[in-house]
Design a protein around this ligand. Structure first.
Ligand SMILES: Cc1cc2nc3c(=O)[nH]c(=O)nc-3n(C[C@H](O)[C@H](O)[C@H](O)COP(=O)(O)OP(=O)(O)OC[C@H]3O[C@@H](n4cnc5c(N)ncnc54)[C@H](O)[C@@H]3O)c2cc1C
Length: 613
């Protein structure tokens, strides 16, 4: 009964302390009514038969009238002394991160006819066309996206009656009580920055991996409908159909993928639920109104500077979708160099670790840096796709005259970062085998399935081609490592362990992969003190639905509110590797995780028991 009270569907029973924010909440329908009014004023699409509206007559952004009306309503509230958004309000859900994993989740919370199949069932379904949704339904869905949320989320009466699933959240509920906080401030902006800085033309994953919650074919159909089918690139050097994978091996272009995801965000009406901010800590506390209920007090810095004042956002549920944090640590030669240069200038800005490379590339693109001295020679260390992409980018750029890429082992040519069989008909069996292992064995499999770094054959070929063209000034050397580095005359003097001559470099970029670890996320420190979790190979042991598992030795001693707090905090992406398998980090993992968490949140918010995963 108490949980029912906390549900957004029973706002009338909110506690008296929340009345002010309750009133604020009550103001939202005004916005929605106005949205509808505005929409009905717009002319109907002039070309009803076009798959996607070809003109701006169905533009889903607000018309000028609606913007003015919204502003007037906002001013009225402010003149009455009520802020449009009260930060002391208790949110129903706070999502940390606005990357592809968080987007997949929010869309699955909203979509009335979401694809909520388990990963195994989804792959079995993919083998039989007859078990999939009719093609016409998928086309209709994509067409609706371009017309905005009132079309995308519209449900027929008959669908509502027969729906045995747990109800989706309404858009109104999401706007009122769900907050997404991200350092970058908008959907997929971190992802887009990476792709732009590295000039990545195509995705590495297949066209059926994306955030659309309705059907795995929607990106493919979208491309066809808007006449951009050629942006689904067939990977030439792969057998399109074999024992472990039944093609097609087609990857979307970056531009197509981004346009489709922009459409999803607008089509579902969630472009304004992301707030720019950094989550500093998550503190679960007992709700003083209902003793068995938890509340999460999440400290968020909404300012641009790290010393800006932080705000406590209260929420009943938290999803952590912060993406991977890769720390390479300090290489042995860095420690030696630091000692040698003690008391002198240490050129830390010339040694870049993985997280520093994209910001450096972005700054090089800024107009004020266009006249900066070009690098005479750059050394890149790493054996994966990113180091290869960086070497090609630098070799082709006007700001670098020469590049050397070194890697510890021989380059592994592979299209995907996990073996192809994980995407084929045996995926279900492989997942079953994975789940039959204990946690340390699962951690071992995660490592072996990803095989460290690998490079798609096309990228490897391009590297070799560029190496053979003298004007590119690109050199690739395999099976070699740095043995010593000195700093002299404004240059690094690097010795490799193959006995070759010492060479000079202006910068060293360490694009070496590394393992993710819960310890790298400072936001979890306070949470882990209050709700300790078992950690295996750096990853948290989660429940099957990706919520925060209780270590067996604490089960008997924890009070009920802590138990519930564990049930209401979920991890997605790389941190969920021990549950989701080797592609937890990737877009396939985004779908896999979003299905589990969305089902769970839908049930919890509707006060229904957790579904069986
Ligand atoms: C260059 C590159 C290319 C890739 N290409 C592919 C591909 O083609 N196919 C594929 O399947 N996978 C690919 N991946 C792997 C994977 O899909 C991506 O890493 C993906 O971005 C992971 O999504 P995510 O939502 O978990 O994390 P992210 O996209 O990293 O999003 C997490 C967000 O959380 C924010 N955040 C983190 N901590 C906080 C905090 N404390 N407070 C507030 N916000 C915070 C971050 O700023 C970020 O915006 C690629 C990865 C990289 C780096």
């Amino acid at each position: 009964e108490k949980r029912k009270e906390s549900s957004p569907r029973s706002t009338s029973s909110l506690s008296p302390t929340l009345r002010v924010s309750n009133y604020t909440r009550g103001s939202y329908p005004i916005y929605f009514n106005m949205g509808k009014l505005g929409a009905s004023r717009r002319p109907k699409c002039i070309d009803g038969s076009a798959p996607i509206c070809p003109s701006d007559c169905c533009d889903i952004t607000d018309s000028a009238d609606v913007v003015i009306e919204k502003k007037a309503a906002q001013d009225k509230l402010e003149s009455e002394g009520i802020e449009g958004r009260d930060e002391s309000d208790i949110k129903e859900l706070l999502v940390i991160g606005a990357g592809p994993h968080a987007l997949s989740l929010i869309l699955r919370l909203l979509e009335p006819k979401a694809d909520l199949l388990s990963d195994k069932d989804r792959h079995i379904q993919g083998e039989f066309r007859s078990r999939m949704r009719p093609v016409s339904d998928v086309y209709r869905h994509v067409k609706k996206l371009s017309k905005g949320p009132s079309h995308t989320l519209k449900r027929k009466k008959k669908d509502m009656k027969c729906s045995a699933d747990v109800e989706p959240l309404t858009l109104e509920e999401v706007h009122k009580s769900v907050l997404v906080v991200d350092k970058n401030g908008s959907w997929l902006s971190g992802w887009k920055q990476n792709f732009e800085a590295l000039r990545i033309k195509n995705l590495r994953s297949l066209m059926n991996a994306h955030a659309d919650p309705y059907d795995h074919r929607s990106l493919e159909f979208y491309a066809e409908m808007i006449g951009r089918g050629e942006e689904l690139v067939t990977l030439p050097s792969l057998c399109q159909r074999d024992k472990s994978f039944r093609g097609p091996y087609q990857v979307p272009s970056t531009a197509l993928f981004h346009d489709f995801h922009d459409l999803l965000v607008k089509g579902y009406g969630i472009d304004d639920i992301v707030q720019k901010g950094t989550v500093e800590s998550i503190d679960p506390v007992q709700d003083d109104q209902q003793s068995d209920e938890p509340i999460f007090e999440v400290k968020v810095n909404f300012g641009l500077e790290s010393n800006d004042r932080s705000t406590i956002v209260k929420t009943r549920r938290v999803v952590c979708a912060m993406g991977p944090m890769f720390h390479t640590g300090e290489a042995f030669w860095e420690a030696t160099l630091r000692k040698e240069l003690a008391g002198k200038h240490y050129p830390s800005d010339r040694i870049l670790h993985p997280s520093e490379i994209v910001p450096y590339l972005k700054s090089r693109d800024e107009p004020q840096h266009h006249d900066a001295e070009p690098l005479r020679r750059l050394l890149i260390v790493g054996g994966g796709i990113t180091s290869a992409q960086l070497a090609l980018l630098a070799a082709k750029s006007p700001w670098c005259r020469g590049v050397k890429l070194i890697q510890r082992s021989k380059g592994i040519p592979r299209h995907f970062d996990v073996e192809n069989k994980w995407m084929g008909p045996n995926r279900g069996q492989l997942l079953d085998e994975f789940w039959s292992l204990d946690m340390p064995e699962r951690a071992g499999l995660l490592k072996s399935a990803r095989l460290g770094g690998s490079i798609p054959p096309e990228t490897l070929e391009e590297l070799l081609r560029c190496q053979s063209q003298q004007h590119m000034n690109l050199e690739v050397q395999e099976e070699v490592q740095i043995s010593d580095v000195c700093w002299n005359d404004d240059q690094f003097h690097v010795t490799l362990d193959d006995g070759s001559d010492v060479e000079g470099y202006d910068m060293i970029w360490l694009a070496t992969g590394s393992e993710n670890s819960l310890d790298f996320y400072s936001a979890f420190s306070r949470l882990r003190e209050i709700l300790p979790v078992d950690v295996v190979s750096g990853l948290p042991v989660l429940n099957q639905n990706l919520s925060w598992h209780c270590p067996p030795d604490r089960e008997a001693v924890e009070p009920k509110w802590k138990d519930k707090a564990r049930e209401r905090l979920w991890c997605m992406g790389s941190l969920a590797g021990l549950e989701l398998g080797p592609d937890a980090l990737n877009l396939i993992g985004a779908r896999h995780g979003a299905v589990r968490v969305a089902k769970n949140i839908r049930c919890d918010m509707a006060n229904k028991p957790s579904p069986i995963i």
